[in-house]
Write a protein that binds this ligand. Structure first.
Ligand SMILES: [Zn+2]
Length: 276
């Protein structure tokens, strides 16, 4: 019936988020002949600069960081065989509370309606069957991730085009497994500090996760995509695992289905269940 191939759109905050949280599904669905569209909302200017220079430190040149991260993003898309890369080009807002939150052009202070309008145009252009973004906390509270969530949900509502909408998540059991492996590897892994202020729990209990996609066969591609973003310290941390261990840990990507017109039963193992 379908004249056009099925289409997946992933909406992410920064260059590198496409690899860490959806590298497996982007690679897998591209291999299955599905059109994949990546929308990256910010330019990543608050990331580490060449040579690991931190934002705010002398020698951190936002323009150079933006250029480097754009090249990394394009390399990552080539690895993941992303069909279409769209960048909205907002300024990376930095972590919550940074002065960059309010700089001109910062994504965080851009009106939701404005950015959602631009995303809605892309949704009308590509007509994705499935849209993936973050939950309302942006998974871990980064302002740009929260804003990506907000504009995506607004654009989906305006267009009413996607049959299914998902938020990325991580099973809480995976964090335990992760800490264990880091300990075995002797990697300096920050144990949760019992005296610190209580943080909102990340991830979800297994029984609240609707969708578990096996991306083990694409673990190498996901690793290589992340490796294109090796300028960022937090990625080096994951790359230390090595390809095999990385795949073992990251070989299943998990989601919560928040909108659905297919009626496919959950739990499901495919973002396109009910659509093919
Ligand atoms: Zn990010």
């Amino acid at each position: 019936m379908a004249e056009r191939p099925l289409t997946l759109m992933a909406v992410h905050a920064h260059p590198d988020d496409e690899a860490t949280s959806t590298g497996g599904v982007l690679a897998r669905y591209a291999a299955e002949g599905i059109t994949t569209v990546l929308v990256t909302c910010t330019d990543g200017r608050c990331g580490d600069g060449p040579g690991g220079v931190k934002p705010g430190d002398p020698g951190h040149d936002p323009a150079a960081v933006v250029a480097m991260r754009q090249a990394e993003l394009e390399a990552s898309c080539a690895v993941l065989k992303v069909s279409h890369l769209e960048t909205l080009g907002y300024a990376d807002s930095g972590m919550m509370g940074w002065p960059t939150n309010d700089q001109p052009g910062a994504f965080w202070t851009t009106p939701v309606a404005e950015a959602a309008g631009r995303l809605a145009e892309l949704i009308r252009q590509y007509r994705p069957d499935v849209v993936v973004t973050y939950d309302e906390n942006g998974f871990y509270g980064h302002p740009d991730h929260i804003q990506a969530h907000r504009i995506t949900m607004a654009a989906v509502e305006q267009t009413d085009i996607p049959a299914k909408v998902y938020w990325t998540t991580v099973p809480r059991t995976a964090f335990e497994q992760f800490g264990q492996i880091m300990k075995e590897l002797g990697v300096d892994w920050a144990e949760p500090d019992a005296t610190a202020e209580p943080q909102p729990l990340l991830g979800l209990p297994d029984d609240e996760i609707t969708t578990w996609v096996d991306t083990n066969s694409y673990g190498g591609q996901k690793f290589d995509a992340l490796a294109t973003h090796a300028s960022q310290t937090e990625n080096i941390f994951f790359l230390q695992l090595g390809r095999e261990r990385f795949t073992e840990l990251m070989g299943v990507e998990t989601f919560v289905r928040v909108q659905d017109r297919t009626g496919a039963p959950t739990p499901e193992d495919d973002l396109f269940a009910g659509l093919r």
